[in-house]
Design a protein around this ligand. Structure first.
Ligand SMILES: [Zn+2]
Ligand SMILES: [Zn+2]
Length: 144
């Protein structure tokens, strides 16, 4: 994980995302590239109470067999798109897998999209709209 300090704007985004009930700690860790400790610290500093249901990032690294690990989903997406790059900007150095319906158990390739960290954050914050991304995927023409 990249050890970087988040800007005030990113911290604000993080707290806003955290307050939405459909986001898991694992996804916040993926988006902001920080550890769960850092996230909890930022949230407490902002005076927001820590949700117990959010879970922790270790889940995906431990021997936890939930069947919806992000690595697993990412491999499906890479195979499906035949490329490991952001669908929006083509950035190849670092990609995250995003579940379009926000259901991490739905690893149907059509529910998955690869995004760079910036665009991944934008889709969660709402700057980038899910239907825009869906259109990009369609125009890309994954022909089977
Ligand atoms: Zn991108
Ligand atoms: Zn996501």
């Amino acid at each position: 994980m990249r050890k970087s300090k988040l800007s005030e704007k990113e911290k604000k985004e993080l707290v806003e995302l955290y307050q939405k009930n459909d986001i898991k700690m694992t996804e916040l860790c993926e988006i902001f590239k920080v550890s769960d400790d850092t996230i909890v610290r930022i949230i407490k500093k902002k005076g927001v109470s820590v949700r117990k249901t959010a879970g922790f990032c270790d889940e995906k690294n431990s021997n936890w067999k939930g069947g919806f690990s992000l690595h697993y989903a990412k491999n499906i997406a890479i195979r499906y798109f035949e490329k490991n790059e952001c669908v929006v900007c083509g950035y190849e150095n670092s990609t995250d897998v995003h579940h379009l319906d926000k259901n991490k158990r739905n690893n149907n390739p059509e529910n998955l999209v690869l995004l760079c960290p910036n665009h991944h954050r934008e889709i969660h914050v709402g700057i980038l709209k899910t239907n825009e991304v869906v259109n990009l995927i369609k125009n890309r023409g994954v022909d089977q």
